[in-house]
Design a protein around this ligand. Sequence first.
Ligand code: SF4
Length: 363
Amino acid sequence: MTVTALPKLLDDVKNGHRLTNEEAVSLMNVRNRDVFLIASAADEMREKKVGDTVTYVKNQNLHVTNICKNLCGFCGFGKREGDEGAYCNDIETTRAGARLAKSRGVTEICFLSGVHPRFTVDTYVDLLTCVHEVAPEIHLHAFSPDEISYAAAQSHITPEEVLSRLRDAGLGTLQGTAAEILVDSVRKVICPRKLPTAEWVSIIKTAHRMGILTSATIMYGSYETARDRVEHLSLIRALQDETHGFTEFIPMSYIHTNTPLYQMGIGRPGATGREDLLMIAVSRLYLDNFNHVQVSWGKLGLKMTQLALLCGGDDLAGTMYTDDVSVDAGASDASFLDPVVMERLVSDLGRNLKQRTTVYEMV
Ligand code: SF4
């Protein structure tokens, strides 16, 4: 992009121009101090959309099992049944996790597990039911489209029927995970056993049609190109135009250290700092139909997280308490972030930290 073209493009975006895919790719590929022009424009967009509030949710992850049918190349958490360290908790352990979450005063419990090859819709219903019985006031944010697809196949029912049963058992919102990169040629390399793009889209559309809101995610920095990232953003923007069912967009930077993709020399050693900041900034500029762009502190580390809040990010995700998926892949300090520390990062930027619910109501 020429010296004059970038400021003009960014001004146009601030005045309502919708970024084209070509333009977004060129922004993703900027390599010099112009990164800060893009970040600054994204920060202005954030200010215009949601003001100076930075939000977080008080939540806790529950890991039920790390046994997984998918064994994705970018993952250090999933294991085969019988592998050393493989586990599958019983219902009583899950119930104890829910009691602990309740005692901590969380407003959201997230299920974060492998896709166990023997789980059916009944397993997922039992899990939700036991947590809902212990803590009916806590919002359950659970399961990916891949888990829905697999439960449907295992139980010989449709994804819609799975979602309906889960909603009856207490499901609040569905996780927009298992998206990774919504480009099938990339999925074939990084997560070949996960559901294909069209099915991910179909299940998300079904959930939204049923009034079940979801998050939207991207897992970047492993194998894909800037163009693949933009293709992913394009699909997410079109879906949001159609359904308005996404609560937020969550860029998740690839943690590479303990993952087969990296160890086999196929995956890169993660995104660079430039790519992390541009991922947040270009997401903010491109996704003009999203209010919230989340910064995943467990993936970025605290100092990069604070910078990402200057590049269009407005949400700090949650307290988590435990995130073995990130830790097993090689992240340090990914388990718990105290709101006191969040407050320090946010007030240092002259902004206000507020606690929110899963669907962005202020607590
Ligand atoms: S990313 Fe999720 S689906 Fe893939 S192997 Fe890990 S736990 Fe399983």
